[in-house]
Design a protein around this ligand. Structure first.
Ligand code: MEV
Length: 427
């Protein structure tokens, strides 16, 4: 007799304890005892804490944390924790930083720590008039917003500005209010969302329209982190390398197909630090890509030029909504350690470090691409990964990986054959 397919309708799943949830999932997916034990082992994140961070927890997912060395930022040496599953990302930052260390490293700055919350208003027959009526209430709006978060105000943050735009959309004119709020050391999503929700009914009342969405914008263009650095020609291998890199940048800035990959490389570095410090990778990624498209076409987040002396000057400007308080930053033990290793004392300092990492990452990716190609650097770790996938353990991993590199064929079937040969030779 055929068994009916298991149902995903598990009433009260969220109310179960973690072991009970594991059991329920095991029944659904046919997980054996070892697989269930694997899920139950939450490593260095206590199950209770994991259970409070998200819903329906059955386990944790460990990602390696590596340290980028050689970074000098604004004259201070820093070790940078990076959480990533991708090989070569940490090495790329170390290499770029080594090549500019003697020339002073990175210089960084920030436009401020302002976040924007949007309130959507629809159904007003006179949107331009309504816009002015909302703007007239600026002082009242300031009081209302600041009353939402007295602690933030005490720390020097709070409401800073009001902008109101009339937007022509498929469903007619909308009046969009922007609350510009200094969220200081918080990423700020909770603070600004609360303000927007509090303000919305008043806007509806003042204008006779209906408010709909009340939410922050991830295009955090009042929270731009900037970094620049000059790599001496002699430190990077000469004019051909430099010109190849500048040409790679010109390609990216002119072509969205290339820019997506170029910026993905930058985000390899940025997201790894954002994650290692317990911040919201998706918020930063959304902001970065939206900012990369601000000129009406999607382009590079970095700029590369040749200085009067012939050196290579790189710079980056990117929205960086990260915080030191709130979310997982203050709760996740590994994120707390990440911040301690970094030694940053404000959200601004963290954002600036992250921008420097993005620039370093881009330098190394472009240099590799414009010279030897990306595969050479990738191969050592990739070969080890393939060796492990073939079942190699302990010393075997290096032994199999070395053979794959020597053969110039990093393939699973070759790794399996080599592992078999190695093991039969030992018997
Ligand atoms: C790979 O994860 C990132 C790169 O593709 C970035 C780039 O092409 O600039 C190497």
């Amino acid at each position: 007799m055929k068994h009916p397919a298991p149902s995903s309708r598990i009433g009260g799943f969220h109310k179960l304890a973690i072991p009970e949830r594991i059991q329920a999932v095991a029944g659904f997916a046919g997980l054996d005892a070892a697989e269930q034990a694997h899920l139950a082992n939450t490593g260095n994140l206590a199950p209770d804490l994991a259970d409070h961070l998200i819903e329906n927890v059955i386990g944790t997912m460990n990602i390696p944390v590596g340290i980028a060395t050689n970074m000098k930022i604004d004259g201070v040496d820093r070790l940078i924790p990076m959480a990533t599953e991708e090989s070569s990302v940490v090495a790329a930052v170390c290499n770029a930083a080594r090549q500019c260390y003697d020339n002073g490293g990175f210089v960084t700055s920030m436009s401020g720590t302002l976040m924007i919350a949007q309130v959507q208003l629809t159904g007003v027959p006179d949107p331009e008039h309504a816009r002015i009526r909302i703007l007239e209430r600026r002082a009242e709006i300031q009081v209302l917003c600041d009353a939402c978060d007295p602690v933030l105000v005490k720390l020097g943050g709070g409401f800073r500005d009001l902008e109101v735009r009339v937007l022509q959309t498929q469903s007619g004119a909308m009046v969009i209010s922007h609350l510009v709020v200094d969220t200081r050391d918080a990423m700020g999503a909770n603070a600004v969302n609360t303000m927007a929700e509090k303000l919305a009914p008043r806007i509806a009342e003042w204008t006779g329209g209906q408010t709909n969405l009340r939410i922050l914008s991830n295009l955090a263009d009042r929270r731009l982190a900037r970094a620049r650095c000059t790599w001496r020609l002699t430190d990077i291998g000469g004019e051909a390398v430099r010109d190849g890199m500048v040409s790679a940048y010109h390609f990216a800035d002119a072509d969205p197909y290339r820019a997506a990959t170029h910026n993905k490389g930058i985000m390899n570095g940025i997201s790894a630090v954002v994650l290692a410090t317990g911040n919201d990778t998706r918020a930063v990624e959304a902001g970065a890509h939206a900012y990369a498209a601000r000129r009406g076409h999607y382009g590079s987040l970095t700029r590369w030029e040749v200085t009067a002396g012939g050196d290579l000057a790189g710079s980056i400007e990117v929205p960086m909504a990260v915080g030191l308080v709130g979310g997982a930053t203050k709760l996740h033990p590994t994120a707390k350690l990440g911040l301690k290793i970094l030694g940053v004392h404000s959200a601004e300092e963290l954002a600036r470090v992250i921008a420097a990492v993005g620039l370093a990452q881009n330098f190394s990716a472009m240099k590799a691409l414009a010279t030897t190609g990306i595969q050479k650097g990738h191969m050592a770790l990739h070969a080890q990964n393939i060796a492990m996938m073939a079942g190699a353990e302990g010393e075997e991993v290096q032994q199999v990986a070395r053979v794959l590199i020597d053969l110039g064929t990093v393939r699973l079937d070759v790794a399996q054959a080599e592992l078999q040969r190695l093991r039969s030779g030992r018997r």
